[in-house]
Design a protein around this ligand. Structure first.
Ligand SMILES: CC(C)(COP(=O)(O)OP(=O)(O)OC[C@H]1O[C@@H](n2cnc3c(N)ncnc32)[C@H](O)[C@@H]1OP(=O)(O)O)[C@@H](O)C(=O)NCCC(=O)NCCS
Length: 247
């Protein structure tokens, strides 16, 4: 069994190396936010003095989220991700009845083996918005937002709330909650305008997809949201998730 330990601030360079090997978009600020949200839920395996595999487990709003499941290409196929997942599940099972994650095709067989089942397809859309206006108002549903998810920009009106943050390759749009498609489009434009290439993770059978398409976005990756334990469907007010590592 590999020895599993907590990830700490001093591991950030190794963590960034792991996510770069997978071509992901997180920044050091994203890793720091995970460490702050779950100081005892971010796990790593070390070899030759550096972290070669990671997994994060954050409990929020009664749901546990697994993310950042990464193994250095040179250390794959040795059971490291399986061991980290089992460890993360022991941590979350003490805290919540439902654990979710967004699985890549590479990760899916591992999760299935550990009891996860399909919940819904989830897609990453990419695009660019050049123009957007300031919006005003106040959306009560934003209180659902986890205070740990990094926010570099936000927009709000009476029927929607949206945030965004810098990424290593593209601006990240999300989370976004709303009750009105027109208001979601307004806050999306406000958060996205002038940010260059941006990404937006959404559920394809949700009105969010039509809004993203209207803004010129298109699908760039397909993943699978999986769940283990008590089923808790995603509520229809979620127009953009907060990131595959946050749900
Ligand atoms: C997915 C990933 C984390 C697996 O890491 P790992 O440490 O190699 O995983 P494990 O050794 O514990 O193997 C878990 C399962 O992955 C699959 N797998 C692992 N290595 C494999 C290989 N070389 N070829 C085919 N399948 C492989 C198998 O299904 C394996 O199950 P098994 O042990 O019953 O055969 C790793 O491939 C990775 O970092 N991929 C890029 C990032 C990513 O997609 N992460 C998942 C995010 S949801």
């Amino acid at each position: 069994m590999p020895e599993i330990r907590y990830l700490r601030e001093a591991d950030l360079a190794d963590c960034m190396r792991l996510k770069e090997a997978a071509g992901w978009n997180q920044t050091p600020a994203d890793w720091r936010a995970l460490l702050a949200a779950a100081p005892e839920g971010c796990f790593g395996v070390e070899a030759v003095g550096r972290v070669v595999a990671s997994a994060t487990a954050v409990a929020h709003g009664g749901i546990g989220w697994i993310g950042m499941v990464l193994t250095d290409p040179a250390y794959r196929g040795k059971g490291l991700a399986t061991a980290l997942l089992e460890h993360s599940l022991r941590y979350l099972d003490d805290r919540v009845e439902t654990v979710k994650l967004d699985a890549t095709a590479q990760g899916e067989p591992l999760y299935r083996k550990l009891g996860f089942v399909d919940e819904a397809p989830i897609e990453r859309w990419a695009g660019e918005v050049t123009q957007g206006k300031y919006v005003g108002g106040s959306y009560a549903g934003m209180l659902r937002h986890s205070p740990f998810v990094p926010v570099d920009a936000l927009a709000e009106c009476d029927g929607a709330w949206a945030a965004g943050r810098a990424g290593s390759g593209a601006w990240y749009f999300g989370p976004c909650y709303g009750t009105s498609d027109a208001d979601v489009e307004r806050v999306a434009r406000a958060v996205l305008a002038g940010r260059g290439r941006a990404i937006w993770d959404l559920f394809p059978f949700h009105p969010a997809a039509a809004i993203a398409a209207r803004l010129g976005f298109s699908t760039s990756r397909r993943l699978l949201r999986m769940v283990r334990g008590k089923a808790v469907p995603t509520t229809p007010d979620v127009y953009a998730i907060g990131g595959f590592e946050w749900g």
